[in-house]
Design a binder for this molecule. Structure first.
Ligand code: 5GP
Length: 177
């Protein structure tokens, strides 16, 4: 018995998750060979994905993190995002791979990608573990995608519910939510 057994049901189990991360790592390895790769994780949700994905990439690379927080207008996200933690090195001239946990409405990513493009990286691509197309409000091009999911609130492998449940080794759903 684990602490979460009574409150969470498994949607994507650990074996499927890890197998997909290995596939994405192999694809990124092929496509970025010989490039100056900077993996840019978005805090805090992508942390588990970033650590597994970068270990599945067989290339020299740098890891950076950015923290963002969305301004809430009522219950809906407004799409206006505040950068709470910025990168430690300039991104100009780098091949930047943004790594996100989930693209939901896409508004956070739209704002962030626009901000990052203004820093003149050599290239910019997006990897997301999950995509929830049912709620899309902005058209975001995703270069590397783990799984497409239905419109359910998910937790685990970095994704939280009130700052908890990030440390589940799988993607789950809170029962009754
Ligand atoms: P977007 O701007 O695409 O609507 O929102 C993106 C952010 O909302 C994600 O980075 C994530 O932090 C949060 N989010 C969206 N859907 C979910 C979900 O199902 N579960 C959790 N835990 N967070 C989510």
């Amino acid at each position: 018995m684990a602490f979460y057994d009574s409150e969470v049901e498994v949607l994507i189990d650990e074996a499927r998750l890890q197998a997909r991360v290995q596939e994405l790592g192999a694809q990124i390895t092929r496509e970025y060979a010989g490039r100056d790769l900077t993996v840019l994780g978005i805090l805090k949700g992508s942390v588990y994905f970033v650590t597994d994905l970068t270990r599945a990439i067989d290339l020299p690379l740098q890891v950076e993190f950015m923290g963002v927080s969305s301004y809430q207008g009522g219950t809906e996200t407004t799409g206006e995002v505040r950068i709470t933690t910025d990168v430690s090195k300039p991104l100009a001239g780098k091949d930047v791979l943004v790594v996100e946990d989930i693209v939901d409405t896409g508004l956070t990513m739209q704002f962030l990608l626009e901000n990052l493009r203004a820093r003149h990286p050599r290239s910019i691509k997006l990897a997301t573990l999950l995509e929830k197309p049912a709620r899309a409000r902005a058209k975001i091009h995703i270069d590397y995608k783990g799984f497409v999911i239905d419109d359910v609130f998910v937790v685990g492998y970095g994704l939280d519910y009130g700052e908890k449940l990030r440390n589940l080794p799988f993607i789950g759903r809170v029962k009754g939510k």
